[in-house]
Ligand binder design. Structure first.
Ligand code: C5P
Length: 233
């Protein structure tokens, strides 16, 4: 993957489709990946995936599936006719669930990259303790990452601040996809533990997820190009 533009995933976190199209159409031919999450998928259904794929984008479907193995496997199979290149599942569903998802994708959509979410960045030590996890968030991330990779998952979603440790632990092969990105000088909004695009790529992220710094920019194309040039060094 030599083109740095292909490392940027634009999170489509608005529910006004016309507004989103106004933002993404000028990026056609430069931006490759868009991320469709629960907000758009629950409002518009699978057709929203096709809509952005038909505009020429590769779609990362961020559904964070978490259920019994049979249900997750069936959900992955149900997605087989949708043009998606990446899909998220929760690694805390355990190795059996993860393997069921991977095996289902191998049978129905072999090019699909399934990514495991470890600990949501909204969860701190207190929140983990509340749900019975008696470990630090950092240890829980490493433990879940190991389970995920041992269960044949090829990639993870994580904070850019976790990348260096995960790279040491897992090597260069797994795809590490990192949100929590803010270009230097940008508004942090609700993101607290952030890195700049260049720092995130330098530390070993395979892809960076960027939402508001592009969506809310007065000129999204300029904002996108500036991020792309920042990582193209
Ligand atoms: O607007 P912003 O760049 O903060 O958007 C980041 C995107 O990454 C959002 O879609 C958000 O839900 C997602 N995300 C995140 N932190 C995580 C996992 C996903 O910000 N740990």
């Amino acid at each position: 993957m030599s083109n740095p533009n292909e490392k940027i995933i634009l999170a489509l976190d608005l529910d006004d489709l016309e507004q989103l199209e106004k933002i993404v159409c000028p990026l056609q031919g430069e931006l490759k990946w868009v991320k469709i999450g629960l907000q758009l998928f629950t409002k518009y259904g699978p057709s929203v995936v096709t809509r952005f794929a038909n505009l020429g984008f590769s779609v990362f479907l961020d559904l964070k599936l978490h259920d019994i193995p049979n249900t997750v496997s069936s959900a992955v199979r149900s997605l087989k006719d949708l043009p998606i290149g990446m899909l998220t599942i929760h690694t805390c569903g355990g190795s059996e669930m993860i393997q069921a998802a991977v095996e289902s994708a191998e049978k129905t959509n072999p090019n699909l990259l399934i990514l495991g979410v470890t600990v949501l960045t909204s969860m701190d030590q207190v929140a983990l303790n509340e749900v019975g996890v008696d470990k630090t968030p950092e240890t829980q991330v490493s433990d879940l990452a190991k389970i995920a990779i041992d269960s044949n998952l090829k990639g993870l979603v994580c904070s850019p601040l976790e990348v260096s440790k995960l790279r040491k632990m897992l090597g260069t092969e797994p795809f590490l996809v990192t949100p929590g990105i803010r270009p230097s000088g940008a508004d942090f909004q609700d993101q607290k533990r952030i890195m700049t695009p260049a720092q995130a790529i330098e530390t070993g992220s395979s892809f960076i997820v960027v939402g508001r710094p592009i969506l809310m920019a007065s000129n999204p194309l300029v904002a996108f190009r500036s991020i792309a040039s920042e990582i193209n060094v």
